[in-house]
Design a protein around this ligand. Structure first.
Ligand code: PMP
Length: 343
């Protein structure tokens, strides 16, 4: 397609800040081009550990620097899942949560969060069995943009504690929160494995950096993940780990403010023509397709030069479609007009 309105890609439209590019180039020139320790650069790990202590109160957490949050998710699934285990996943969900556990022989137990996309705490409680290995929590959520309330997060923590189930918390979008802070389950639950990343807040999707952090009580899980990293990725890219140290001090408020304006633009532009829950975070909106027929609507949109993704990529249903609003405002306006014209 020539010059489409591309609402499909889940990555920021801004570039890595120049200061951070300089840090990566400096690290390369200084010779940080060999393997790092498997678990990550010592200084970066120390800084991550400080951040986790400051933000969620865990003293001396177990930390592993990973090749993106994708790397962290893969290592966590490999370390934790045995064939026959069950993984509880709120639906809609990010693609990896379904496919990797399925490859490892787990049964995915989907918990419907339509139509409001708030955290379905009661249904999650009902879905837990003796075979449940973990509950996946992704707030802000890809693809809905939902930010779960503190009250629901706390209620989930209580249920998980009662049933003694691990929570895998993918917090990759925690900086992209538009209407107030995003609560981490780590405040309320120690058996939570936290995954965060550098891809989204600093637009470093190609640098492949993320981290896993856990309370000391889960240090054995981080150790197993580290062992598997040694046998697979070996380590996250060394010079970029050096730049990530500076990234942790970089203020992304300006980017987040800009993305809040994009969120407002897309919500205001579509809400009268589509059934749409206002996204509170990330950079996605998940409207219902006219008549709940996503395949048909997506085909029509593509014919009209707008790339969107059908809901069944992220869900057991195919009634909605995902828009990534991480694009220029002119394209946003153009896409809104086309989609409204097709509704
Ligand atoms: N988790 C979620 C919810 C995502 O949306 C993404 C990226 N699309 C990832 C994890 C993986 O990101 P990365 O591997 O670049 O850190």
């Amino acid at each position: 397609m020539k010059d489409p309105v591309d609402f499909s890609i889940g990555q920021p439209d801004f570039d890595v800040p120049d200061e951070l590019k300089e840090e990566a180039m400096k690290a390369i020139r200084q010779g940080f081009n060999k393997y790092s320790q498997t678990s990550g650069d010592a200084l970066l790990k120390e800084r991550i550990s400080e951040l986790v202590t400051k933000e969620v109160g865990w003293e001396n957490p177990a930390v592993l620097v990973t090749s993106g949050v994708s790397g962290g998710l893969l290592l966590a699934f490999l370390a934790l899942i045995n064939p026959g285990d069950e993984v509880v996943i709120p639906d809609p969900y990010f693609v990896i949560y379904k496919h990797v556990p399925t490859m490892l022989g787990a049964k995915c137990v989907y918990v419907n969060s339509y139509p409001q996309f708030s955290l379905p705490v009661g249904k999650i409680a009902e879905a837990i069995t003796r075979k449940t290995k973990m509950i996946i929590l992704n707030s802000p959520c890809n693809p809905t943009g939902a930010v779960y309330s503190e009250q629901d997060i706390k209620a989930l923590a209580e249920i998980a504690a009662e049933k003694d189930v691990l929570i895998l918390a993918d917090e990759i979008y925690e900086r992209f929160c538009y209407d107030g802070p995003c609560t981490s389950i780590a405040h309320y639950y120690e058996k939570a494995l936290i995954l965060r990343g550098f891809s989204k807040p600093y637009a470093m999707t190609g640098w492949r950096l993320g981290f896993a952090a856990a309370h000391r009580c889960l240090h054995a899980v981080i150790e197993e993940m580290t062992k598997i990293q040694q046998y697979t990725f070996v380590c996250a890219p060394t010079p970029f780990q050096k730049a990530a140290i500076a990234a942790l001090d970089y203020d992304v408020t300006g980017f987040v403010d800009e993305y809040r304006r994009k969120r407002d633009l897309i919500y205001e532009g579509l809400k009268d023509k589509f059934e749409l829950i206002k996204p509170g975070g990330a950079f996605y909106a998940f409207p219902k397709a006219p008549g709940g027929r996503a395949a048909e609507f997506v085909a029509k949109a593509i014919k009209n030069n707008v790339l969107i993704i059908p809901g069944n990529v992220f869900s057991e249903k195919n009634t909605h479609f995902r828009i990534s609003f991480a694009t220029g405002n002119e394209k946003l306006q153009q896409g809104i007009e086309i989609l409204c014209g097709l509704a």
